[in-house]
Design a protein around this ligand. Structure first.
Ligand code: WT7
Length: 702
């Protein structure tokens, strides 16, 4: 047996004898930092204190083997726990699929021919079963309730609000299959609109409120949405963000640049706190309250096919335009509900809190759908973790006695920097599961989450998944007998068959590293990219026919556990958000006097990765602060504030390092950006003009 490193005893278990030995050296007290542990068993205190869906690693293995041996039977048993207006055909397999584009179109269908509705399963079912008075949402406003907007919403109230909204959408002309775009802050109204759209069979496309008007315009057009729901504005931290004004600009841009018409804009007044005086366009803009006034609080359910689209969510790829990832109703419903229950060991009565915005997939699967399908009670947070101070999340945990917390490594790193006192000032002893998502979690942040936030008595669930996978695919499930490894996502989720392939497509068995792919369909897999099935096939299935390619690299260790090693394509991950280098580069070259740009990621203490841009200027132009500001402004305008360049590198007249065929050698740029020197450059023989390197490295140019 391997010897485990010493970990701190829990604060609460040893409360009486605790005063002499604080659980962890806090920042700045002069003590040498303890190195993060390499393995920590799922804490016995967690296992003893909580009921379990899966008691042990052996139980997980049994269930996993069933899920892989007979996926049809395994998933259909789970699917039958939901309400189906019409069952899927008994004589057809539950799943049919093809992952090999050389053999025919790629597809995966689950329970096709069955008719259901995800909104009905998330709300009506609970109300009908007498759970209508259970709280669905505890709403926490941006500030610490200085404006008195804190409130709770029960399942019965939420159902009524969703029905009124569904009726308003119907009145605005929306029918099954139509697109509805939202551009709203995080709050109760956003999932309400999503559920209302789902209730009438419409296809929602949530656009994150931090995206710029230009980014919103492209998504409005790509989603083909005639209706948009927005908010006058929202307070985020100390700032007021004028969302309606941005949406107006986007609607105009959508018309001018894509010939796309938005007929109706529903505007939530005071949706984000504070009243903004926004101009309304007659005939197009309608106040939310007016649209809902008189709307009935019951609404018929539109039963849809399991394979009808539920939503389209845009995400970044390695090239050009954002990809509209399409998920369908039946498989997504089963995947979202099942992973929520097993990954977080969710038990009735638990209070759950996910800090993600519904603008990202995490807010779809693990705010709107997974928790509600399980009848869970959750906290919905409008604000940011550092406002009014870095104790905000822990104050919320204490207020609601949160049992399951789900957040991102970038948030943890910034809160860790603020110091342990912000955590220990609050009672976080209710926490049992600590989830993270968005990027590999570095062991230091993991250790802080585990030891300081969780006080060594909660288990950490480092969930690896993607917009495309719809739900968790690799996670350290909270089971007895599992040793958690900080930074390791570890186990395939139920029904997931991961594989590692080398660059030639050969399967890497045993210990080793390779391209992470998934060999079989799973219920919540993406079905297509909006309007471009060919792009879906070429992006995910062409390089390794027969497999879904994640775009991530991974390593399998001696225990068979999977470690994610980062993207293998030109996609960056800044604060857990995906950004294609191509999108960033095309924004930068949009600035007059910029000739060319190449962007790479560099490690960053808080955001994980940060943007490092190599910029080539037109002949005779010199880099200066004015140009830097113009680039920053262009990135904000085209993408949004998250596209912030950390380092700008003005490249001289010899330009970027390219091969003879004109391909930029990003490997060299990454080395230079991370401070690599002479000795690290490796083989540079493919460079068309080797003197380019001298210039980039600041050496005398031959
Ligand atoms: C990409 C997906 C999934 C919801 C949030 C992001 C990276 C995500 C992890 C993790 C290592 C992770 C991958 C993935 N990623 N979670 N736990 N460990 N990497 O969704 O925007 O679709 O991004 O985020 O690179 O491909 P997304």
């Amino acid at each position: 047996p391997r010897s485990l490193p010493a970990v701190s005893p829990p604060r609460r278990a040893a409360a009486s004898s605790q005063s002499a030995s604080p659980p962890q050296a806090s920042a700045g007290d002069g003590a040498a930092p303890r190195p993060p542990p390499t393995e920590v068993p799922v804490p016995a205190s967690y296992l003893e204190a909580n009921e379990h869906h899966l008691g042990s690693l052996a139980e997980y293995e049994t269930l996993y083997n069933q899920s892989v041996a007979d996926p049809d039977a395994f998933w259909s048993t789970i699917a039958r726990e939901f309400y189906w207006e019409k069952p899927w055909p008994a004589d057809a397999p539950a799943v049919s699929w093809n992952f090999d584009p050389t053999a025919g179109p790629v597809y995966a269908h689950w329970w096709k021919g069955g008719r259901t509705n995800i909104c009905y399963n998330a709300l009506d079912v609970h109300v009908a079963a007498g759970r209508g008075d259970n709280v669905a949402f505890f709403f926490e406003p941006n500030g610490d309730d200085d404006d008195g907007r804190r409130r709770s919403v029960t399942y019965a109230e939420l159902l009524a609000d969703v029905c009124r909204t569904a009726n308003a959408l119907t009145a605005a002309g929306i029918r099954a299959g139509d697109g509805v775009v939202t551009y709203m802050p995080m709050g109760v109204q956003l999932p309400t609109v999503m559920l209302a759209a789902a209730r009438i069979g419409a296809v929602h496309s949530v656009v994150f409120g931090g995206f710029s008007p230009a980014a919103l315009a492209a998504r409005l057009a790509a989603a083909g949405a005639a209706v948009i729901v927005t908010t006058d504005g929202v307070g985020r931290g100390a700032k007021w963000v004028p969302l309606k004004a941005a949406a107006d600009e986007a609607i105009a841009l959508a018309a001018a640049e894509y010939g796309h018409t938005v007929t109706t804009q529903l505007v939530v007044r005071g949706g984000g706190g504070g009243e903004a005086d926004v101009p309304m366009v007659t005939g197009r803009d309608v106040w939310w309250d007016d649209a809902l006034a008189g709307a009935a609080d019951t609404a018929p359910v539109v039963w849809v096919d399991a394979e009808d689209p539920l939503f389209c969510l845009f995400t970044s790829g390695s090239t050009g335009a954002p990809k509209g990832v399409v998920h369908t109703v039946g498989g997504y419903m089963v995947g979202a509900a099942t992973t929520f229950k097993f990954s977080f060991n969710y038990m009735p009565g638990d209070v759950y809190f996910c800090t993600a915005d519904c603008g990202w997939i995490t807010g779809h699967t693990y705010v709107t759908y997974g928790p509600l399908l399980n009848g869970a009670t959750q906290v919905i947070f409008e604000g940011i973790p550092t406002y009014p101070d870095a104790g905000r999340l822990w104050a919320i945990v204490a207020r609601y006695r949160v049992n399951i917390l789900y957040t991102a490594p970038t948030a943890l790193r910034s809160l860790k920097r603020a110091g342990d006192a912000y955590v220990t000032a609050h009672d976080t002893s209710s926490l049992k599961v600590l989830g993270t998502v968005g990027e590999p979690i570095n062991p230091e942040a993991w250790d802080w989450y585990y030891s300081v936030v969780g006080d060594a008595s909660a288990t950490v669930v480092d969930s690896y998944w993607q917009t495309e996978t719809g739900a968790h695919v690799i996670v350290p499930l909270p089971v007895a007998g599992l040793s958690l490894k900080p930074g390791c996502a570890q186990l395939p989720h139920l029904g997931i068959v991961p594989a590692l392939l080398d660059d030639n497509g050969n399967v890497v068995e045993g210990e080793g590293e390779g391209n992470l792919v998934i060999a079989r369909p799973w219920p919540s897999a993406l079905r297509t990219l909006m309007g471009d099935h060919g792009r879906m096939e070429s992006t995910y299935f062409s390089r390794f026919p027969g497999y879904y390619m994640t775009g991530d690299g991974a390593r399998r260790d001696a225990d068979g556990h999977l470690w994610l090693t980062g993207r293998i394509d030109d996609v960056l991950n800044v604060s857990g958000h995906r950004m294609g280098t191509a999108e960033v580069e095309s924004a930068i070259v949009g600035v007059p006097s910029v000739a060319e740009a190449a962007v790479v990621g560099i490690p960053h203490e808080v955001t994980g990765e940060a943007l490092y841009a190599f910029v080539v200027l037109m002949p005779g132009v010199e880099g200066n602060d004015g140009l830097r500001a113009a680039i920053t402004a262009e990135l904000r305008a085209r993408i949004g504030p998250i596209a912030r360049v950390e380092t700008l590198h003005w490249v001289g007249g010899r330009g970027l390092p390219k091969t003879r065929s004109g391909k930029i050698l990003r490997r060299l740029l990454r080395l230079i950006a991370t401070g690599g020197g002479e000795g690290d450059l490796g083989d540079v023989s493919t460079l068309a003009d080797p003197s380019v390197l001298d210039e980039l490295l600041g050496r005398p140019v031959a």
